[in-house]
Write a protein that binds this ligand. Structure first.
Ligand code: AGV
Ligand code: CA
Length: 306
């Protein structure tokens, strides 16, 4: 039986690549995708999301539109990238995507998908957690349907990746966007696995990887993903703006959990400056699983194979 997976992403390059990666997994049944307007603008991001489904012959998978906006906005230059994606040669001429305002709102789609799933569902989140929290506030009984929540977010024993005003740099962006929803998520005590910066710091996007990927461009997916990744290279080499395979690593956890080192810890989140969105270990906190290390060679090889 394939694993039923519901995905919420926020439209960045690695989010869209993560959606593609999920669609290549033979043991995963993707039952819906919701988009959070965090590291993207919602309309072009929903268009990219739809186009990638089309490309894989999966346009029947339902989409949900995030209408909720978090507390701390992402930089606009980052949010604009799906416009470029939609203009790439392999995507620009695909049939037009539906009007994004015909979709259900994201929390309603999450409720619908969990309600109608015959068994339990794994939720993969590669952006902020607000849509899931909103859905569970509306329908708390559906928490029991969640097999596992896998979330790219947080920074526990390493520095954060936020550099902005009123901030000491200790937070990771997906948490900073909506620290209040993160606090609520921890309080729900779901089976929650973080793929935080502690582990994603091990997997930068490197030119060596892109160079190897380029040797296989006769495969359509290698060609397309090489073009996506090239859009992130302007961020190399300054540390704070190095692009990592953040969401891709979280997505790979679905297929290769045994390649990760994890720990069960107690954690909390700060909701106020100067460290809003900081996730930290605290004996009085909530029990969560965090990934701390991964077999990096195996991971890069897995991506090249998929
Ligand atoms: O903090 C990592 C999260 C991931 O979900 N995102 C990007 C990934 O999709 C925010 C982010 C941090 N640094 C960035 C980000 C950068 N340099 N460009 C775009 N987004
Ligand atoms: Ca993301």
């Amino acid at each position: 039986m394939p694993k039923a997976v519901l995905m919420d992403h926020d439209g960045a390059i690695d989010d869209l690549l993560s959606q593609l990666l999920v669609l290549t997994m033979p043991d995963v049944d993707l039952i819906g995708v919701t988009v959070t307007p965090a590291d993207c603008y919602i309309e072009p991001a929903l268009e990219s999301t739809y186009k990638l489904l089309q490309l894989m012959g999966k346009e029947q998978i339902p989409l949900g539109r995030g209408d909720y906006y978090g507390i701390n906005a992402f930089p606009s230059e980052w949010r604009a990238r799906p416009e470029i994606i939609n203009a790439l040669p392999m995507l620009i001429n695909l049939p037009k995507a539906p009007d994004p305002y015909t979709y259900l709102s994201a929390p309603d789609l999450i409720i619908d998908r969990l309600t109608n799933a015959p068994g339990n569902v794994t939720m993969l989140m590669t952006g902020p957690c607000s849509n899931l929290v909103l859905a569970l506030e509306k329908a708390p009984e559906l928490a029991a349907k969640l097999e596992e929540v896998v979330w790219m977010a947080g920074a526990f024993n390493v520095s954060g990746n936020v550099q902005t005003f009123q901030h000491d740099g200790s937070a990771e962006w997906n948490v900073l966007w909506d620290p209040i929803s993160t606090k609520k998520l921890l309080e729900l005590e779901l089976p929650l696995t973080f793929i935080p910066l502690d582990v994603t710091n091990h997997v930068p996007v490197t030119k060596a990887f892109l160079s190897t990927l380029a040797t296989q461009i006769d495969y359509n997916l290698s060609n397309l993903t090489g073009q996506f990744w090239a859009l992130t290279i302007d961020t190399i080499p300054g540390y704070y703006y190095t692009y990592f395979m953040w969401d891709i690593l979280a997505t790979s956890y679905l297929a290769m959990p045994e390649q990760f080192k994890t720990e069960v810890v107690k954690a909390k989140v700060s909701t106020r400056p100067p460290n809003a969105g900081q996730t930290y270990l605290d004996d009085a906190g909530y029990s969560v699983k965090i990934a701390t290390d991964v077999n990096v060679e195996y991971f890069y090889e897995y991506l090249l194979t998929q």
